[in-house]
Design a binder for this molecule. Sequence first.
Ligand SMILES: Cc1cc2nc3c(=O)[nH]c(=O)nc-3n(C[C@H](O)[C@H](O)[C@H](O)COP(=O)(O)OP(=O)(O)OC[C@H]3O[C@@H](n4cnc5c(N)ncnc54)[C@H](O)[C@@H]3O)c2cc1C
Length: 353
Amino acid sequence: MGVIISVVGAGIIGLTTALTLADRGHAVTVHDPDPVSGATYFAGGMLAPTAEVVYKQDPLFPLMKASASYYPDLIALTSKYSDKPTGYRTDGTLVVARDVADKTHLAELREYQEQHGMEVETLTTRQARKYESALSPAIAGAVRIAGDHQVQPRLFTQALIDACHNAGVTFTHEKIDDIDRLEADQVVVANGLGARDLVSYLDLRPVYGDVLQLRVPEHQYPLLDHVVRGFVEDRPVYLIPREDRTLTIGATTREDGRAEAQAQGVFQLLRDAIEIAPAIEECDFLEAAAGARPGTPDDLPYLGRIDERTVVSTGYFRHGILLAGLGARCGAEVVEKQAPSIDLSACDPRRHE
Ligand SMILES: Cc1cc2nc3c(=O)[nH]c(=O)nc-3n(C[C@H](O)[C@H](O)[C@H](O)COP(=O)(O)OP(=O)(O)OC[C@H]3O[C@@H](n4cnc5c(N)ncnc54)[C@H](O)[C@@H]3O)c2cc1C
């Protein structure tokens, strides 16, 4: 028998969790005054368990890897209930180094990735330019990561909302101030940064990122076929080509509390992207925006049960699109009081209480 479940928040985590629970036969309501208005709206959408590794974040790697492996099922679940596109692409990712120092950085990172069992293929710059002819002839090094993929978050979430409706999920456009007042058997707190107002001991902070949207002119399309990440004088930048001819360029990382896109960030992203692929100069400029990633002190999410009725699923920081595969599957398992598919002890929501 299904139970009555309230999911607070309609970002990627709330939507994928709601859909998973509805598919398992539960009666699900999602509460959000403005669905997909948080970090998800601004995200690049890279599903990059390898390219996104950061030194000394070892507890995160198995979660990222598991989540990437759950993604095909998540896309299939979405397609079961909706015909809308998700922007899911499995062309793989190239990572390029702009100069010799960046090439050393890339080689060190590759060594670290391989030590952790990740697959990375070193390319000559000539091979890299065969994959992507728009790459600058001046790049100094490159690797290919076939297992790092992408979705288009703004498309994927529209598909998820449609899928949720078709799977019987109800939406209420209300802000929840007190979860005790929700009339449900189970509550999932999945409202990103807003979760700190509902569960006081969650140590969440906004980590802002500037991000740009461009459109590739018809005569240049497709400018790129793969996600291209680059290091330019040690600064990371990524270029994500989409099938609708848009190109996402991201993202800065700052904790200055400024919610608008910053001129310095916009300048830096454009300059570094053009260093990697000079033809970007000819693209239409559509948008500069900034989003707030829900960060935690140890960069790990909060995912687990906090009492008989309440499950927390937030704090996905810079990997929430990727980790939605895990958040949805394991979140649903925790709601159903089953053992999760992967050990979640590192994600205990009470660990910073
Ligand atoms: C610039 C940028 C680039 C990124 N790129 C990537 C990437 O390439 N790959 C990746 O994996 N991750 C990426 N991320 C991280 C990812 O976007 C986040 O980790 C993820 O979107 C978090 O999703 P969420 O559903 O937990 O929260 P959010 O998307 O923030 O959604 C929270 C929702 O809760 C609602 N809400 C808030 N308070 C309440 C309340 N009291 N009651 C009801 N509803 C409420 C809000 O309206 C919002 O819709 C990026 C983030 C940024 C900012």
